[in-house]
Structures are given as C-alpha cells and as structure tokens.
Design a protein around this ligand. Structure first.
Ligand code: FES
Ligand SMILES: [Fe+2]
Length: 372
C-alpha cells in the first residue's frame, strides 16, 4: 500500500473499542484499505481506443489505456528510468512512450525500446518492466485488481444483464472522505428520512418500522428478496409489484436488483478509494424497460440529487471527524456497517493467511429491524 494511504488521516479516524451496553455494538476496527481484490476503476466508455487515462487508486498512480485493438490495460504511472509519470508521454495505440528519454513500453509493461542505446551497447530493454495491474472489462466497466497476488476470482457482475451490456445511466461523484465512511453511509438504512427528503422520494413523516431478512453472500451479505417499502413514489412509477434483492460485496460494491413482472432494473454502486481523503462513488443503472430511455434525463436528475445528498452529509461529517470522536454503531440500524468492518477484517486475515487460507464470512442469517 502506498505510504500516502497509511498516512495520519487514516489512523486518526480509527473507530475505538468500547464495551457493549445493551443494544449498542462495539467497533474495534482500525481503518485500512483492502488489497488483493477487484476495485471498480471507471466506466469503459471513458477509455477510447488509442487513448490513455491516468488515475489514482488506493494512493497508487495507475495509467489506464486501451489499445487500437480494444484491449484495456493498467500500468504503474511512473517511468522506471527516472520516475516521470508515463501519462506525461504519448500513446500510439500500441505502446506508451515516456516524454523524458523516449523509452517505450508495451501494454504488458515490458520495455521495448531505449532510444539512447548505440550499436555495441547490448542492453536488453526487455529486462525493464513497469508494474502491470490485472484489469477486466465487464458489463461496460473496467475493474482493476489491486494487490500483489494474481486474481483468484472474477470481478462482480450485475445479475440478469449480459457481459457486453453497458449501463443505461452512469454517475460518478467524489466524496471527500476515507472509504469506510462512504461505504457505511451508502448502506445505512436509517438516514433516509433525514438525508433524502425530497418531493419525489419521501418525507421525514413517512418513516415506519421495517424487518428484513439478511444472510451471507459472496464476500459480503444480502438483503433477501422482498417487496420494497410502499413509501416511495419512484417505485410506484415503475408499475407492477417490484421485488428487490440487495447485495453488498467487498471492497465496496452494492448491487440492487429489482424485478417488476418481466422487467429488471439493476442499480450498481461502487466505492473506490482514490487516497486516504477521497473516495469515488459511481452509481450505474441497467434497465430493460424501453420507456425508461425517454425518462433518462429525469432519472439522471433524481439520481444526481440522491447521490449528492449522500455526499453533502459526508462533507459535514468530516468537520466533526477532524476532532477524532469515538464512533458508535447501534443495533439493528448499524448492523450492516458492523458487518462491513467484520468482513474487512475477515478478508485481511484471509489474504494474510497464505496458501490454503479460506475466507470465513462472519455474517449469519438474521432478521434486522429498524425504523426509517
Ligand atoms: S524518465 Fe522515462 S525515459 Fe527517462
Ligand atoms: Fe443515502
């Protein structure tokens, strides 16, 4: 992990251990970034053939590119010669050329040319390599494997839609916080009536008691299929009786699958740390309803308002977090957040466990109750 990420801000916002009074959950999880896992990098549309795009993830500088033949790649954005970002150079659709001394690198990170060499200087450029990150393009999105190991699994996929299907709507928004606050903010069921008040969604008065069944799922947990609350006008607009399943998966992937008769709507939210102080949240929607295309500007506007409400509350929260408060997670409204921290620790143990180690999912089948 980059030293920038292990910096003071991360340590400062540590959630401390506390004893467990009735109904209160303890939190004893130091903040760290998960590695050896797929992170969402960017929508595939952002990467045209023959173009490159630098981006910082987990404090690491990564140069993404797409070759003329359509292949996406990721390289460490630092020239191994004298450290200038490779993104300062040029890309011809096949190789990246450093702007300082013209060394060239293929998409596999191997150096192919050192222009200053003369005849008789038999130095093999192929011995020089830039770090290459495993990347995958799935359902219109680029995922990157951040870690030292090779990928031992595939990136998350949204249900129902095929591998080549692009999302119908994509919103990207930076949140000025450490990744954990963005993740637990997005999975928090109790903030709705306070943070998301708007004419098209709900008011504070519409809160009522809920009981939802949860269970373990792939590197995370799922809120099992259920009929969504009737307190949302947006669902009513869709017509039919919707049924929803919501899955959360490490490191910060939330997939909400709504079935309405023969139709499907999937909401994919991904949370990717840029560094210790900034987190990028991307929200994408896939749908089968043809009419939704016409309503796209309205859906986009609503989704933007919604996501911005989540971000604005995080901006305010940062002002309090500067004073390093001890934070609390209460039952049952904060149980999902608690699972998130437990899952992170379980993943860390799994990755540090060496060969043969298994991921032990700490989530158990249960019904959570809260009012919102
Ligand atoms: S610094 Fe990149 S070629 Fe010299
Ligand atoms: Fe929210």
């Amino acid at each position: 992990m980059d030293s920038a990420v292990r910096g003071s801000r991360v340590r400062r916002s540590i959630l401390r251990t506390r004893s467990e009074p009735a109904g209160t959950a303890a939190v004893a999880e130091p903040n760290f970034l998960l590695t050896d896992i797929w992170y969402f990098a960017m929508p595939a549309r952002a990467l045209r053939p023959g173009k490159m795009k630098p981006k910082t993830l987990l404090g690491e500088p990564v140069l993404f590119g797409r070759t003329d033949d359509g292949e996406v790649f990721g390289l460490r954005d630092v020239c191994p010669h004298r450290g200038i970002p490779l993104s300062c150079g040029a890309f011809d659709g096949r190789e990246v050329e450093c702007c300082y001394h013209g060394w060239r690198f293929g998409r596999d990170g191997v150096c192919t040319a050192i222009p200053s060499l003369v005849d008789g200087q038999d130095f093999d450029p192929g011995r020089i390599k830039v770090r290459r990150y495993p990347v995958r393009e799935v359902q219109g999105n680029v995922w990157i494997w951040m870690g030292k190991s090779d990928p031992d699994r595939e990136p998350p996929r949204v249900p129902h839609f095929g591998d080549d299907r692009l999302s119908d709507l994509t919103l990207v928004m930076p949140f000025p916080c450490f990744v954990d606050h963005a993740v637990i903010g997005l999975m928090d069921p109790a903030h709705g009536p306070y943070v998301h008040q708007s004419w098209f969604w709900r008011s504070r008065k519409s809160a009522y008691e809920k009981a939802k069944a949860f269970g373990p799922a792939e590197a995370g947990f799922a809120m099992k299929r259920h009929k969504p609350s009737s307190n949302s006008a947006a669902y009513k607009m869709l017509g039919g009786t919707p049924e929803t399943e919501i899955r959360f998966q490490l490191p910060g992937v939330r997939i909400e699958h709504i079935e309405i008769g023969d139709h499907h709507v999937v909401n994919l939210t991904t949370v990717t740390p840029v560094d210790a102080d900034t987190t990028e949240v991307t929200n994408q929607v896939y749908w089968t309803q043809a009419w939704a295309g016409l309503a796209k500007p309205a859906i986009r506007a609503m989704a933007h308002i919604f996501l911005k409400q989540d971000r604005d509350v995080v901006v305010m929260q940062q002002r309090g977090l500067r004073h390093q408060p001890t934070l609390m997670l209460i039952r049952d409204a904060d149980t999902q957040a608690r699972w998130y921290y437990q899952l992170k620790n379980a993943w860390k143990r799994f990755r540090e466990g060496g060969d043969g180690a298994e991921f032990v999912n700490p989530v158990k089948e249960t019904v959570l109750r809260w009012k919102s």
